[in-house]
Ligand binder design. Structure first.
Ligand SMILES: NC(=O)C1=CN([C@@H]2O[C@H](COP(=O)(O)OP(=O)(O)OC[C@H]3O[C@@H](n4cnc5c(N)ncnc54)[C@H](O)[C@@H]3O)[C@@H](O)[C@H]2O)C=CC1
Ligand SMILES: O=C(O)C1=N[C@H](C(=O)O)C[C@H](O)C1
Length: 252
């Protein structure tokens, strides 16, 4: 149980990675948190329970995250997850683990940037009014996965909004002469992944209809952009048992 007067004891998984390093700094600087464990590949997770971590923050890899989550939930440690690679099957699995551990919370957020959360909400709102929509996500070239978790989540939201509005497939007479030329098809929404040195994390959602286009764009220019969202997740997760997907409900 949390004593609200005390600091929240936080363990960071992936602590030597690009995001993990930034999270360690942010937690360390937060007056209401204590950084009790910094773990990376090869470190034993039990060190975090020995340090009495109440919340884990996981920014590791899609290959590693499920084992970390399983272990944390079993130990009764709540988790704020930024790592990508969450399919519906993975989310169902996490729900199953949590069902046996009432009181434990897991937040899986495809993007902790507050602007990115709004960009996804705006895109979902615009989706019903346009014939066409495509997503262009742009990231640094050391990113391991494509398409990004953010673009996949955005595509799901847009597809859901289009279906609810009764919209059919988008107009598109193009024959793909080279595989991949039209990007990935996620729930009927084309997603194009750009990787280039100098980029951090960027996404455009391009809508089109008769005689007009609407572009909704978000840019993370520095990984500090994710920290207010991560800290919000850490502060709220102890009061939110079960699985929460996306930061949206924590912002309300
Ligand atoms: N949700 C969000 O807002 C954001 C999500 N991400 C996602 O976070 C993940 C990490 O991104 P980066 O920090 O850029 O990657 P990175 O490659 O710089 O860091 C990953 C770290 O995890 C470590 N690691 C691997 N297996 C581990 C294990 N079993 N236990 C503990 N540590 C382990 C690696 O050694 C590495 O230090 C990616 O999936 C990325 O897409 C990145 C930025 C924002
Ligand atoms: O790997 C990254 O850098 C990022 N990953 C997340 C994603 O795949 O959407 C979030 C953000 O785009 C940065």
């Amino acid at each position: 149980m949390t004593n609200q007067a005390e600091s929240i004891r936080v363990g960071v998984l992936g602590a030597r990675g690009r995001m993990g390093l930034e999270v360690c700094k942010a937690v360390d600087a937060a007056g209401d948190m204590e950084l009790v464990a910094m773990l990376d590949q090869g470190d034993e997770l039990f060190k975090a329970s020995e340090a009495h971590a109440q919340v884990f923050v996981d920014f590791t890899t899609p290959d590693a995250v499920m084992d970390n989550l399983r272990w944390a939930v079993d130990q009764g440690i709540s988790v704020v997850v930024g790592t990508t690679g969450f399919t519906d099957e993975r989310l169902s699995q996490v729900r199953e683990w949590l069902a046996a551990k009432p009181g434990v919370g897991v937040l899986v957020a495809p993007n902790f940037g507050l602007g990115a959360v709004l960009m996804m909400q705006f895109a979902a709102r615009a989706a019903r009014y346009f014939d066409s929509v495509e997503i262009i996500e742009q990231h640094h070239p050391r990113k391991l996965d494509a398409p990004s978790g953010t673009s996949t989540h955005t595509a799901h939201l847009i597809a859901q909004a289009r279906a609810e509005a009764g919209l059919g497939p988008m107009p598109d007479a193009t024959k793909e002469e080279v595989d991949g030329a039209r990007g990935a098809d996620i729930d009927g929404v084309r997603v194009h992944s750009v990787r280039a040195a100098g980029l951090v994390a960027h996404q455009e959602v391009l809508f089109g209809s008769l005689g007009e286009t609407l572009t909704i764009r978000h840019d993370s220019l520095d990984r500090v952009s994710f920290m207010p969202g991560v800290l919000l997740g850490v502060r709220k997760i102890l009061e939110r048992p079960g699985l929460t997907v996306g930061l949206d409900s924590f912002l309300d």
